[in-house]
Write a protein that binds this ligand. Structure first.
Ligand SMILES: Nc1ncnc2c1ncn2[C@@H]1O[C@H](COP(=O)(O)O)[C@@H](OP(=O)(O)O)[C@H]1O
Ligand SMILES: [Mg+2]
Length: 246
């Protein structure tokens, strides 16, 4: 099949469509708790992988919820997907969960979309605008407690830590201008941060590993344990603070 969709439109349709499926899975409170999260993960994954195989049969896919499609070690174009980021928040009924869809080429994100279905927002790397609001003095952290590194940055830059679920929801809070930074250390996988970083880079934000080096995706082991997304106004102070402990 020859797809009539550009990469950017396809990424956006997938993020939006999977979000609609997930809202349906949550509809009416018919399922709950861990079961709800498991059904959401599985249904979003099934739809996304079917769409990608049909529309991009020659590309490889790395996803949190499914086995690799294609051979991503020998394919330049690799989609990196998290069908449901923030599964715990999705299952507990809060709005901070996301769908992540990114296309990487040669290890760099070239197209990305992040949907926040419960708040009706869709962020696309080809249309996102940089934040224009003043700095807030806040930074995003996991609802389950920040890392030593994020606590250090919070103290050194006098940023109040705000608990938000999902890497995508935290990153989009920086893109929106609700917080100034998202600092993560201690473990994550490429699907957790690839699309959020793709959107954030397109919004003109600083994104790097905690040592300041670029984030490179589609590694043989898809472990991406640390990164920062922040407003460029605080980049130098933030990286200097991290340099003191990293
Ligand atoms: N130390 C760690 N190791 C592995 N994954 C982690 C992690 N800390 C956070 N994550 C993952 O990153 C996402 C955001 O987590 P948090 O909101 O706590 O920051 C979640 O993805 P999933 O919901 O897709 O599993 C979570 O599993
Ligand atoms: Mg995730």
């Amino acid at each position: 099949m020859i797809s009539r969709h550009s990469d950017a439109d396809l990424a956006a349709h997938i993020a939006d469509g999977a979000g609609q499926i997930l809202l349906g899975v949550r509809h009416g409170g018919l399922l709950g708790g861990r079961h709800l999260g498991d059904v959401g993960d599985a249904m979003a994954q099934a739809w996304i992988s079917n769409v990608l195989v049909r529309h991009r049969p020659h590309d490889a896919v790395l996803s949190e919820e499914g086995a690799d499609i294609g051979d991503r070690s020998s394919t330049d174009r690799v989609w990196i997907i998290d069908p449901l980021d923030g599964t715990s928040e999705f299952a507990s009924g809060t709005a901070d969960w996301a769908v992540h869809v990114a296309l990487t080429e040669g290890g760099a994100v070239t197209t990305a979309a992040v949907s926040l279905p419960a708040v009706g927002e869709l962020f696309r790397s080809d249309t996102v605008d940089p934040p224009v609001t003043p700095l807030t003095g806040r930074m995003a952290a996991s609802r389950y407690g920040g890392s030593y590194e994020s606590a250090w940055v919070s103290r050194r830059l006098s940023l109040n830590m705000i608990g938000i679920g999902s890497a995508g929801a935290k990153a989009m809070a920086v893109v929106r201008g609700d917080v100034d930074a998202y600092v993560h250390a201690g473990g994550q996988y490429e699907w957790d941060n690839c699309a959020p970083v793709g959107v954030a880079l397109s919004a003109g934000l600083h994104c790097s590993r905690l040592d300041g080096s670029p984030i490179v995706y589609n590694q043989p082991q898809p472990y991406m344990p640390d990164f920062v997304i922040c407003r460029t106004e605080i980049r130098d102070d933030l990286l200097t603070a991290l340099d003191e402990i990293w």
